[in-house]
Design a binder for this molecule. Structure first.
Ligand SMILES: C[S@@+](CC[C@H](N)C(=O)[O-])C[C@H]1O[C@@H](n2cnc3c(N)ncnc32)[C@H](O)[C@@H]1O
Length: 245
């Protein structure tokens, strides 16, 4: 389902288990033996029960030990950023949503090797998960190097935009950070335009270094490494969810 030259999703739009159209790939190369056993044995233990909509999923209840906050990463790819955050923030529960099976297996491998107890996974589209979360229940959200969908007629497939910003605004706590990154300037402009227009978000950048330089508590993702290797300069954006009145 990806273009072998660009590693970008093709136009095929499979259905997710929750019946939504998903604009990306679910399967890539066949899973190797360890990855298959991670999907079959470890995933069921970490998988978020099929989210019911209506804000009824209490995120803190997903974790065996008390959590200071729950954070959410949407489209975690191979899971390196999510695993880093889990490793460096053991008192935070981290939920990742990603439908791509090889990526899920990659994250599961790190969870198993490092015994990370604070990770839970929605192995599917993030949108039903967002709808299942209560208002103001998430302390930080990451959407890093989302698929850019460069053709104009596909703009509505971009994750950050008019469809999903209200979902994120609803679940984020007052003052929570929303972190976005991309190496695609068309997508950067689009995300900025829509996020700045949204009344609940404020961009924290005051000077160019605030969006040109990745902060220390924000490790590189696989797509960022690829972008830099190809000579592209990523943009790192931090927004805060304005306090509710
Ligand atoms: C370009 S990749 C970036 C992966 C990773 N964040 C990185 O920077 O390496 C975008 C990822 O978003 C995932 N994705 C796309 N739509 C999604 C959705 N609705 N819910 C969750 N993940 C999604 C794709 O499966 C893909 O793995």
């Amino acid at each position: 389902m990806t273009d072998s030259k660009t590693d970008r999703p093709t136009d095929d739009a499979p259905q997710t288990e929750t019946g939504n159209r998903l604009f990306g790939r679910r399967k890539g190369r066949p899973l190797r033996k360890r990855r298959t056993s991670l999907i079959e044995d470890l995933l069921p233990r970490l998988q978020i029960p099929t989210p019911a909509s209506g804000g009824s999923l209490i995120p803190a209840s997903l974790f065996a030990t008390p959590t200071r906050e729950v954070w959410l990463e949407i489209g975690f790819g191979m899971g390196h950023h999510l695993a880093w955050q889990a490793r460096h923030n053991p008192d935070v529960g981290i939920i990742g949503a990603e439908p791509f099976l090889n990526g899920i297996a990659g994250l599961l491998g790190m969870v198993e090797d490092e015994n990370l107890g604070n990770v839970r996974i929605q192995p599917d589209d993030a949108r039903p998960l967002l709808d299942a979360l209560p208002d103001a229940s998430i302390g930080r959200a990451f959407v890093l190097f989302a698929d850019p969908w460069p053709k104009k007629r596909h703009a509505d497939r971009r994750f950050i935009g008019p469809e999903n910003l209200p979902r994120l605004a609803r679940v984020l706590k007052d003052g929570a950070e929303l972190r976005l990154a991309s190496d695609d300037m068309g997508l950067v402009r689009w995300m900025l335009e829509h996020t700045l227009k949204h009344p609940d978000f404020e961009w924290t950048a005051r000077r160019p270094s605030d969006w040109r330089i990745r902060p220390d508590d924000w490790p590189a993702t696989r797509y960022e490494e690829k972008a830099i290797a190809a000579g592209r300069k990523p943009v790192f954006m931090r927004f805060v969810r304005r306090p509710r009145r």
